[in-house]
Design a protein around this ligand. Structure first.
Ligand code: SIN
Ligand code: FE2
Length: 226
């Protein structure tokens, strides 16, 4: 794929792989060759399913804005967290999982040791200065056999990589444009979050950070039907 100058970015750790756990790793710069396609797909998705502020079950507004693509989308409201096949704002199905997201997620998962990853959901988070995500586990999926593939775009952030309990000390991991974090297996339920986003400007994403979290939310193809 050819990329124009607009899509050629530096990543200070490009090519470096940082192990976070037995089955968790950061692939720095892995998404860079996909950025042009991802950016274009993102514009289509947000035209159909715009970013919105969601409310936590505790009644607070989340500081990141969210949308989804894929056959299932993650949502939150006062009744709880869940996956839904439709966008609650429009009653319509979420936009389909972009082929570039799928290819990127599949390739990153395979590179990290998780062959055959077939995501059915991609949560898209938009951070603006000060937005943060407190420590949490990704555990609203039907089963945990598939990894999580999390792509960072735009302004750099500090990823908080915790343990199996909320109070475990969290490592601070810098994430740059084009970085991909993959975690699964014994590390699938590790707590993680994002420190408040600093003011910065990225040539393509301005003051924003976009995170794509690709997951298998419904039953995996290999699981027996329930
Ligand atoms: C998340 O855990 O949903 C987001 C992680 C990130 O923004 O890097
Ligand atoms: Fe998460």
């Amino acid at each position: 794929m050819s990329t124009g100058p607009l899509f050629d970015f530096d990543n200070p750790l490009e090519g470096v792989e940082k192990r976070l756990g037995q089955q968790a790793t950061v692939l720095h710069g892995f998404a860079l060759p996909y950025v042009q396609g991802v950016y274009a797909a993102l514009q289509d998705i947000i035209a159909q399913a715009p970013f919105r502020t969601m409310i936590t079950p505790g009644g607070r507004s989340m500081s990141v804005q969210l949308t989804n693509c894929g056959s299932l989308g993650w949502t939150s409201d006062v009744h709880g967290y869940r996956y839904s096949a439709v966008d609650p704002e429009t009653g319509q199905p979420w936009p389909p999982l972009a082929a570039t997201f799928e290819r990127l997620a599949h390739a990153a998962a395979a590179h990290a040791g998780f062959g055959g990853f077939e995501p059915d959901a991609c949560l898209i988070n938009r951070y603006t200065p000060g937005s943060r995500m407190s420590l949490h586990q990704d555990k609203d999926e039907t089963d945990f056999s598939a990894p999580i593939v999390s792509v960072s775009l735009g302004v750099p952030a500090v990823f908080l990589w915790g343990g199996h309990t909320r109070s475990d000390r969290a490592e601070r991991v810098p994430l740059f444009h084009g970085d991909v974090v993959v975690w699964g297996g014994v590390d699938r339920l590790r707590f993680h979050g994002v420190a408040p986003l600093k003011e910065d400007v990225h040539p393509l994403f301005g003051t924003e950070r976009i995170n794509l979290t690709c997951r298998r939310a419904g039953p995996s193809r290999k699981s027996p039907a329930r």
